[in-house]
Design a protein. Structure first.
Length: 194
């Protein structure tokens, strides 16, 4: 945030409340509640719009991040991913990490019960990494946030990805793919699976 914006925000909060108390005494409480509600509504609607940068790489190796929105288990799907990323010729030259979101239900989110969602994501990751290993690609696995954009942003804080591949069912992930494409400073591709 620019340095001049903070005093402006504080003034936008304080001035209506103080004015409400001067004008009507108890009206300041109502104005304060309205200002607080407006701040919460504006804050909830905001999303970070900056570039998602990956951690700096300590070496010149290829670092591939596969974002698996669903399980990647069938041999056909695995071979499509390997062809898309050209991992067959890379041998052990590429470091591969698979990221899966922990899909949390509405009530579980409100109750902060994320264990079942994390366990489900870990099971999908085990199947995905096993399928990749069977095809000759060694990979690490991580469970991420349920919001794919946030999960990728979090993962790239510690992993120096040079390429990111979003593997999804091809249904309804256009918003996520477009946002990742616009914000990533790494090579981004999307592979919709049938």
């Amino acid at each position: 945030m620019a340095p001049w914006k903070l005093p402006l925000v504080v003034a936008a909060i304080a001035v209506p409340i103080v004015a409400g108390f001067f004008v009507g005494g108890g009206m300041g409480l109502g104005v304060g509640a309205a200002v607080a509600l407006a701040i919460v509504l504006v804050a909830v609607g905001q999303r970070p719009r900056g570039t998602i940068a990956s951690a700096p790489a300590a070496d010149a190796a290829r670092h591939v991040l596969i974002v698996a929105a669903g399980p990647l288990e069938t041999p056909d799907d695995v071979s499509r991913v390997i062809r898309e990323l050209d991992l067959a010729d890379a041998g052990g030259d590429a470091e591969v990490r698979v990221l899966a979101p922990a899909t949390i239900g509405f009530l579980d989110r409100w109750a902060s019960d994320v264990e079942d969602a994390r366990r489900g994501a870990q099971e999908r990751l085990v199947a995905t990494v096993a399928a990749l290993a069977k095809a000759g690609v060694a990979a690490e696995a991580r469970v991420g946030d349920e919001d794919l954009v946030q999960a990728v942003e979090d993962e790239l804080q510690s992993y120096p990805a040079t390429e990111v591949l979003l593997v999804d069912g091809g249904d309804g992930e256009d918003r996520v793919a477009n946002e990742l494409r616009a914000r990533l400073n790494a090579d981004f591709r999307r592979l919709p699976l049938a």
